[in-house]
Design a protein around this ligand. Structure first.
Ligand code: SF4
Length: 463
């Protein structure tokens, strides 16, 4: 099978040749390279470097809300399954403390241009709790009038008034976890949410002026077939979200306990997954969605596609974004921050999180301070991931590095990608071709100096 449109042309043979395991590069170095030598004090010093200085980048804020009412068996997120809603009040108290510790160091003049609530299930929080969270955020940080305020929504938690409340609180972007509409698949992963539920939530979102409404799908789930997933795609295309993320399910039961509840014999074979992927790609392109990169599709007039065309697309922990360089400040358990040339990640458990904050300490578990070589490589990898051109003159200007000699080995390693027509390389730049957009992970990996070192992480494959 081959997927064709004027925009992109992917053959099965190409996928077989270039589908390898690799990071998704929401950061570089990837989170498995963060280490405990980077402590709360190190994070503190990166925050202080930003304090009081002019010309700092704006803030993008992420808040991790870990509670969920029931367990989806495919889940790989850091979540807490509970029916006890009383736990939210305590978590909010500690979030407030964490925000206050960070805000003291950053100063009030730093503008926030982006907010993302992720989880877990942010809409596990009731109306009063969401109001309290937003008022805490607004008391510690100043959001610009055009700030993007986004929230992940589990359609099963949407009640009358949920979307109007979110809109009233300032949210203007949302993302629905759909995964699959087939009832057998939904049963096999313990997540029952009929099509009508999602349809209604998207219609309501439009009524309240949410923009860039996203829906997540997952292929490779138990009981999925080419036909059943085709029906799911057709249904979702009718619902017509502005963006669709098509993730592949990585079955790693040793690492993610929830996945042990999945019956392995129900999983589609590697061959079936490949066919499902190619069919999905074709169907989304035929329906008029544009391929953005990695797992992401968007309507042609969506700002993500406009940014791709203008070469102003960026990548952060939430995936692709139109916002340029920001300091990313994460709050809550396991949240990741990126401040200056550093990454840091919070502790994963509630107990550890509360313990750190009780001691007036930022709840940092590990992190990484980037060297200049890391920053340069990150710049190249992220440029490739956004399918923009890596211009050698810009690298020379920004880093004082002669690309051809500094990256002589990497240029050699890129040859197969060049020969397959996935990139072009000339004396001035590396450019990703239309069909190369699907394989940017591979070309990015060429510049990842950590891949030769051991890791505890298992990277997923494209298919
Ligand atoms: S997939 Fe989402 S809703 Fe389901 S258990 Fe994981 S975090 Fe919770």
């Amino acid at each position: 099978m081959t997927s064709h449109t004027a925009d992109i042309d992917i053959s099965e043979a190409l996928v077989r040749q270039f589908d390898k395991s690799g990071p998704r590069y929401t950061s570089y170095p990837t989170a498995d390279r963060f280490h405990a030598g980077f402590t709360a004090d190190t994070y503190h010093s990166f925050l202080e470097q930003r304090s009081g200085r002019t010309g700092n980048p704006p803030l993008s804020i992420y808040v991790h809300l870990p509670f969920c009412e029931s367990l989806c068996y495919f889940c790989a997120c850091n979540k807490i399954i509970t029916k006890d809603h009383e736990r939210v009040a305590e978590y909010l108290r500690y979030l407030d403390k964490e925000m206050s510790l960070v805000a003291q160091r950053l100063g009030k003049d730093r503008k926030a241009v982006q907010l993302h609530l992720g989880g877990g299930t942010p809409t596990f929080f009731n109306a009063d709790e969401l109001r309290q969270l937003m008022s805490m955020l607004r008391s510690h940080f100043t959001f610009t009038p055009d700030a993007e305020l986004g929230v992940e929504i589990d359609p099963r938690t949407v009640q009358a008034g949920t979307l109007s409340l979110l809109a009233e609180l300032g949210f203007n972007r949302n993302s629905f976890g759909v995964q699959d509409f087939d009832s057998d698949v939904q049963q096999a992963v313990n997540r029952i949410q009929p099509l009508e539920m999602v349809e209604q939530a998207v219609v309501e979102s439009r009524k309240f002026n949410f923009r860039s409404i996203n829906a997540d799908l997952i292929y490779g789930l138990p009981k999925q077939t080419l036909q059943s997933f085709g029906r799911t795609l057709d249904s979702l295309i009718r619902v017509s979200p502005d963006r669709i993320a098509l993730y592949n399910y990585a079955h790693l039961p040793k690492r993610f306990k929830a996945q042990r509840l999945i019956v392995e014999s129900d999983l589609p074979s590697a061959e079936a997954r490949l066919q499902i992927f190619l069919m999905s790609m074709q169907r989304l392109l035929d329906a008029g969605y544009v391929y953005i990169g990695l797992d992401h599709f968007a309507k042609p007039d969506d700002e993500l596609n406009k940014a791709r065309l203008n070469q102003t697309l960026h990548r952060n922990f939430q995936g692709y974004t139109t916002r340029s360089e920001c300091d990313l400040i994460g709050f809550g358990v396991s949240a990741i921050s990126k401040v200056g040339h550093s990454y840091s990640q919070a502790v994963r458990t509630l107990n550890a999180y509360y313990e750190h904050l009780d001691a007036d300490r930022l709840p940092i578990d590990r992190g990484y301070a980037l060297s200049l070589d890391d920053v340069l490589r990150r710049d190249i990898i992220m440029t490739l991931m956004c399918s923009a051109s890596v211009e050698f003159a810009a690298i020379q200007r920004d880093y004082g590095v002669d690309f051809a000699s500094y990256f002589a080995t990497e240029l050699q390693q890129l040859r197969p990608y060049e020969e397959a027509g996935l990139i072009t390389v000339d004396a001035t730049a590396i450019r990703v071709t239309a069909k190369g957009r699907l394989f940017v992970r591979g070309s990015g990996m060429v510049f990842d100096k950590f891949l030769s070192q051991a890791t505890t992480s298992t990277y997923s494959k494209l298919i």
